[in-house]
Ligand binder design. Structure first.
Ligand SMILES: NC(=O)c1ccc[n+]([C@@H]2O[C@H](COP(=O)([O-])OP(=O)(O)OC[C@H]3O[C@@H](n4cnc5c(N)ncnc54)[C@H](OP(=O)(O)O)[C@@H]3O)[C@@H](O)[C@H]2O)c1
Length: 274
């Protein structure tokens, strides 16, 4: 039987690492986009140790650079893979304002723009059939709105707001994509892993880090909703929806505003095409 292929971002630590190991156990061939050569090498060894019959192809990619993201997507596209499952999971949470080499606020670029850039660059590799899925890591922290007038928080940066907006954006784009005839045949899901003790808060205050350490669940537990969505047939899931604790979960009224989601899609597109 031909093996299925999964592409994953943010697999070198935390929740993504557990998801990647699950995919290897399930016999998926893997395409991994990661920024650290050392971590990529270690991860590849771990995955091949789980199942030596799968292929693991690593692509160096820093999501704070559009050039790097484009180059990695081009290299993946050259292999003409059939990507059955795309997991857009890489993310960060900054406590102070950081700009990328393009002068873009880093949370916006890494968490939102680059993840959508990967989908846009490789969507033609995703077969339009009942088993394909795109799974995007969102968060229960998604309250508020998309601040179109100050998307990069030039008028006062808050790491919390920047993170929350990026995750709201991902969830809204997930819903919007599921409604586009252009992408009919692909199923889209956003997932909240819960509060998980990972490296996400590496840049946060000691107090925030302590809260995550004390109250966060293990990455193994945090990956369970992703694993549920990966393993469940699309016919038993709800296309476009947000999953938490393995169930479709209602989100804020604003997050269902598809006019705002479409506006955001256009804004992201203009960043990507800059
Ligand atoms: N932990 C939580 O409580 C929680 C809750 C809700 C949602 N989430 C989301 O879950 C996802 C995974 O986070 P995690 O908690 O597992 O944290 P994590 O351990 O810090 O994992 C983040 C992953 O993203 C990668 N990454 C970050 N910036 C990157 C960049 N510029 N280029 C390439 N890769 C980059 C990291 O690569 P490196 O290994 O090279 O750093 C790592 O693989 C994130 O999207 C996060 O927002 C987490």
């Amino acid at each position: 039987m031909t093996k299925r292929t999964a592409l994953i971002t943010g697999a070198t630590s935390g929740i993504g690492f557990i998801i990647a190991k699950h995919l290897a156990r399930k016999g998926y061939n893997l395409l991994i986009m990661a920024r650290s050569p050392e971590k990529l090498k270690t991860l590849t060894e771990v995955l091949l140790d789980i199942d030596a019959t799968i292929s693991v192809d690593g692509f160096l990619c820093d999501f704070s650079s559009m050039e790097s993201t484009n180059a990695a997507c081009d290299a993946i596209a050259k292999k003409s893979p059939k990507i059955d499952v795309m997991l857009l999971n890489a993310g960060l949470w900054n406590s102070s304002e950081q700009k990328t080499e393009y002068g873009i606020e880093e949370t916006l670029q890494v968490n939102l723009i680059s993840q959508i850039q990967v989908f846009k660059a490789l969507e033609t590799c995703i077969p339009k059939n009942e088993t394909s899925k795109v799974i995007i890591t969102a968060s229960a922290l998604h309250q508020g709105e998309i601040y179109f007038n100050d998307l990069e928080f030039e008028n006062g940066f808050s790491g919390f707001k920047a993170y929350r907006q990026s995750k709201l954006g991902l969830m809204m784009i997930t819903r919007w994509l599921s409604n586009q005839t252009e992408f009919e045949g692909i199923s889209f899901y956003s997932v909240h892993p819960g509060m998980v003790s990972t490296d996400l808060g590496r840049d946060a205050s000691w107090f925030a880090r302590m809260i995550f350490k004390l109250f966060g669940k293990s990455p193994e537990k945090g990956a369970q909703t992703h694993i549920h969505v990966i393993d469940t047939e699309n016919s038993s899931l709800t296309n476009g929806e947000y999953y938490a604790n393995k169930k479709v979960t209602k989100t804020t009224p604003y997050s269902y505003r598809m006019d705002e989601a479409e506006k955001l899609w256009e804004v992201i597109r203009s960043y990507i095409e800059r």
